[in-house]
Ligand binder design. Structure first.
Ligand SMILES: Cc1cc2nc3c(=O)[nH]c(=O)nc-3n(C[C@H](O)[C@H](O)[C@H](O)COP(=O)(O)OP(=O)(O)OC[C@H]3O[C@@H](n4cnc5c(N)ncnc54)[C@H](O)[C@@H]3O)c2cc1C
Length: 378
């Protein structure tokens, strides 16, 4: 009895809890309750967060928070927060590969450094991506031609309904561009406690991406990481100095016909032909466009409004100069979406998760309560 009371008090806080230091936009928000589960016993003591299959709603609104670097708190009040605190990194060496098991609360970049220091190569292209290890599978983080899924062996998943931890294989996670089962079928049905990686000892540097092709073919993983850090630091604002959540919109994927029409009008439009996820050698017929280029060409790079704005160098990043409230980013993002749609007939969809007191919301459902009027950006 004494033991379970101790677990309960250390696991959660009932006082109004400020989340300003828990979101990289640095917006003000607080929640009335926050849970910090770090063991299966903690998880089993959480309130009932199972979703009613008929309504699709949980008994209480909640949000699972990592480090908040892909999270936008839209209102002063946030729902109940669960912030998993599973820690630890275990490396096991096999004949031709390493298996690395990592707690969800570990910091992603620290993990990359930890692995490279011990001669476990593979994650170097993903260096300096902010956030926790537990959030990495959710949107299948990616950068410089590499994505989380390339090294994932399994994801340990606590299921609210069965109160057990399941091991989901890489195949079961349905990874795709900025997508996974955790955003689809498993959405809000549990949380990630640990991630297991497999790294082959037959490592080869992946220098396919623009910027890394300057490196020698025999570069070491540490050299690749150093270059990735240089490139990222020169392009992306550091959230600690200029609050932001990285790429605000996903790169839109359009049909080949839409792309051909756009290319006739804009011959220099950056594009990446997509491949069939099952047969990588075959084209899928879809084309990925660069959201940052579209925003830039719409004349919005450097645009500022109500203390927030489009970054001067990187149009895909929305930054918080001096605003206190997430609604200012919503108004700006709605404006950008409108201007880009008018110019290119392409819909920009946010990558960042939008949280109100009612839980996560779709961008479409959020109202633009202070719309920005038409401005000439030529
Ligand atoms: C400057 C900057 C650069 C960035 N660059 C990149 C980049 O190059 N590539 C890229 O892919 N992303 C990038 N991002 C986005 C961000 O780093 C990733 O999305 C990261 O994985 C978010 O981690 P987090 O812990 O902060 O997640 P949070 O913002 O806390 O949460 C993100 C999502 O994951 C869910 N989640 C978090 N933890 C868990 C868990 N344990 N179990 C289940 N669900 C969970 C949340 O509910 C939410 O849906 C960048 C962000 C910034 C600020």
């Amino acid at each position: 009895m004494i033991l379970s009371f101790f677990i309960l008090v250390t696991m959660h806080s009932n006082q109004d809890y400020s989340l300003q230091n828990n979101n990289s936009f640095n917006f003000k928000a607080s929640c009335s309750r926050i849970y910090f589960p770090s063991s299966l016993a903690d998880l089993q003591q959480l309130p009932d967060f199972t979703t009613d299959e008929a309504t699709g709603n949980a008994a209480e609104n909640f949000y699972i928070l990592g480090e908040g670097s892909n999270t936008l708190f839209v209102e002063a009040k946030a729902p109940i927060i669960i912030q998993p605190k599973f820690t630890g990194i275990d490396i096991s060496e096999q004949e031709d590969h390493f298996i690395v098991t990592v707690g969800a609360a570990e910091n992603w970049h620290d993990l990359v450094c930890f692995c490279l220091k011990r001669g476990v190569n593979g994650l170097e292209n993903l260096a300096l991506i902010p956030g926790s290890v537990g959030a990495a599978p959710v949107q299948n983080i990616g950068a410089y031609g590499v994505e989380f899924a390339d090294f994932c062996q399994a994801v340990q998943w606590y299921e609210f309904s069965s109160k057990t931890i399941l091991s989901l294989s890489k195949e079961a996670c349905n990874f795709a561009y900025r997508d996974s089962i955790f955003k689809q079928e498993n959405y809000n049905k549990g949380l990630i406690t640990q991630v297991t990686f497999k790294f082959s000892k037959a490592w080869q540097a992946n220098l396919s991406y623009a910027g890394l092709d300057v490196l020698a073919k025999n570069s070491t993983a540490k050299e690749v990481m150093a270059e990735v850090i240089v490139l990222r630091s020169s392009k992306l604002p550091d959230p600690k100095k200029l609050p932001n959540a990285g790429s605000f919109f996903k790169n839109p994927i359009v049909s080949h016909d839409v792309f051909t029409q756009l290319q006739q009008q804009y011959p220099n439009i950056p594009h990446y032909f997509q491949h069939n996820p099952q047969k990588q050698s075959q084209p899928s017929g879809e084309v990925k466009l660069a959201a940052g280029w579209l925003i830039d060409q719409a004349g919005l790079k450097g645009f500022r409004h109500n203390g927030v704005g489009v970054h001067q160098q990187q149009a895909l990043v929305l930054v918080n100069y001096e605003s206190e409230w997430g609604t200012d980013i919503i108004c700006l993002a709605k404006y950008i979406q409108r201007v880009v749609a008018e110019k290119f007939s392409v819909a920009l969809i946010p990558e960042v998760r939008m949280i109100t007191q009612q839980g996560e919301q779709s961008f479409l459902s959020l109202s633009d309560n202070n719309p920005i009027g038409n401005i000439n950006h030529d």
